[in-house]
Design a protein around this ligand. Structure first.
Ligand SMILES: C[S@@+](CC[C@H](N)C(=O)[O-])C[C@H]1O[C@@H](n2cnc3c(N)ncnc32)[C@H](O)[C@@H]1O
Length: 204
């Protein structure tokens, strides 16, 4: 449904994800961004104000044109050049080893074929390059997991394909990265079904 996915949902993301606590986590993660950067699931561009000075250009992918439109205001305000592509992270039109850094925030939950997207991320990263991720996903607590599975159908409808029960840590560590540093915690003030966070840096 175009009205929901391209008009309402981008505004909902803007409202729900533009929070000081999430902003602080974005900032903590993005201090590690360097060189040529690719951001997957760019959304409304909420990461833009958190990139460090040395990042002058980023390439972004997101299949939702409504997100693309809503991001324009933020893009105009930043000094960063943004090459914004309306396409999916599952098949990236970039050469192998073409980026120093890939950023994914609150996106891996929504990508249909997340294995394909993560393989693409790994493929386009240079050796020594880093995947910076800040994602929500499966809680380690069985009681919470049970509710995550129960609520998935609703979340997928309201959140345009967002799954609550993906084990992001397991997905990232399954790839042949040379190291993965990761923190896991519940986000304060968010229901545990929706606020179990995986934040980390995976180096190729
Ligand atoms: C919850 S929003 C997060 C947006 C942004 N990353 C942020 O942190 O505010 C999830 C984003 O993933 C995007 N998305 C969904 N499927 C995708 C895919 N296959 N490839 C890339 N991005 C996708 C959605 O369009 C949406 O912009």
């Amino acid at each position: 449904m175009k009205l929901y996915s391209q008009i309402i949902f981008p505004r909902l993301c803007e409202f729900l994800l533009n929070r000081p606590l999430v902003g602080r986590l974005r900032g903590e993660l993005l201090v590690h961004a360097r060189g040529e950067v690719l951001e997957i699931g760019f959304g409304t561009g909420l990461n833009l104000p958190h990139y460090p000075e040395q990042v002058r250009k980023i390439t972004t992918v997101d299949p939702n044109p409504g997100m693309h439109r809503l991001a324009q205001k933020r893009i105009r305000k930043t000094g960063i050049e943004v090459d914004q592509r309306i396409l999916s992270g599952e098949r990236l039109p970039f050469d192998d080893l073409s980026f120093d850094c890939v950023v994914s925030t609150l996106t891996l939950c929504s990508i249909d074929d997340v294995h394909a997207a993560l393989n693409e991320v790994h493929r386009v990263l240079r050796f020594g390059g880093r995947l910076l991720f800040l994602e929500h996903g499966a809680s380690p607590e069985p009681g919470v997991q049970k509710w995550q599975r129960r609520l998935n159908w609703l979340e997928m409808r309201l959140g345009e394909g967002c799954r609550l029960d993906r084990n992001i840590g397991a997905l990232v560590t399954a790839l042949p990265f040379s190291s993965v540093e990761m923190d896991e915690f519940y986000l304060k003030g968010v229901p545990r079904t929706h606020g179990y966070i995986y934040q980390g840096v995976a180096t190729k």
